[in-house]
Design a protein around this ligand. Structure first.
Ligand code: DGL
Length: 274
């Protein structure tokens, strides 16, 4: 079985991992979460660009994956090229805002783009809009509070409803917002809040994310047999998160947990979940 290492700043990559599992391919899935550094969306670009290749490189050297998935828009839009250059022997799949499918699906010509504050202002996002949605109106909203809400939900807490309502009010209340019929979920944390977001939106919309497209890309690269994916190892960069999140990971079949020491060593040590 090919080994796929899924990386995110936190639990957002689980929305991508779930899409890989749902697509029914026999691969082994490992997970790496940089929880000590979350949220990436509020970090300086250069810091994320330096940290992501170093962290993934250290873990990949230990775990020997066949494919790496950077299941984080914020990291992909700034660190994908650098990570590919640093780990040249592995295929590295990135995730970018699903602007192309959103533009294809809108009937009103107005798309909501919900992402982290970093992703909404990136040149990469501007380029995607220019390429695929030049004739559409794109209402951009950046929210880090939604990232925290998704993290809270997967820690078994009630996500902060006020932050969800605030993001929806900002998006649908913006100029043109009353015509939004498709929302591009451009942070991998946000599909984990799918029900909450739809519940707080003023009307029904199509919510588009990148999970299924990433799963197709992994299938192309891994050429796996059809069957069930297997959860392998999960690693976190802080112990508190490893502890608080173990329920979400146990529920997905993970049984081996590690904690990673701080930069520049990123050493892996077993973490016993109690
Ligand atoms: N899940 C990440 C993304 O797709 C970002 C979360 C964060 O800000 O750390 O953009």
């Amino acid at each position: 079985m090919k080994r796929v290492l899924v990386f995110d700043s936190g639990v957002g990559g689980l929305s991508v991992l779930d899409a890989i599992v749902a697509s029914g391919m026999a691969v082994e899935l490992d997970y790496l979460a940089d929880t000590a550094w979350l949220p990436y969306g509020l970090k300086p670009d250069e810091a994320v660009a330096a940290r992501v290749p170093a962290l993934i490189g250290a873990v990949a050297a230990n775990w020997a994956p066949d494919i790496v998935v950077i299941a984080c828009n914020t990291a992909s839009t700034i660190a994908l090229a650098g990570t590919r250059a640093a780990i040249a022997n592995l295929p590295i799949v990135g995730v970018v805002p699903p602007i192309k499918p959103a533009a294809a699906a809108t009937k009103t010509g107005v798309i909501g783009l919900l992402a982290t504050p970093a992703t909404v202002r990136r040149a990469y996002t501007n380029d995607l809009i220019a390429q695929f949605a030049a004739d559409k109106r794109v209402v951009r909203v950046g929210s880090s509070a939604l990232v925290e809400a998704a993290e809270a939900k997967l820690r078994g807490q009630i996500p902060d409803h006020a932050s969800i309502e605030a993001a929806m009010a900002e998006m649908f209340g913006a100029p043109g917002g009353d015509s939004i019929d498709v929302v591009a979920l451009s942070c991998t944390h946000f599909p984990l809040l799918g029900q909450e977001l739809a519940g707080a939106a003023p009307r029904a919309c199509l919510w588009v994310d990148s999970g299924a497209a990433i799963a197709r890309r992994v299938r192309d690269l891994a050429q796996p047999q059809t069957g069930a994916a297997r959860a392998g190892r999960a690693a976190f960069t802080d112990a508190a998160s490893a502890s608080a999140l173990h329920g979400a990971f146990l529920g997905r079949g993970f049984r081996q947990f590690s904690q990673i020491s701080s930069a520049p060593y990123f050493a892996l040590a077993p973490f016993n979940v109690v």
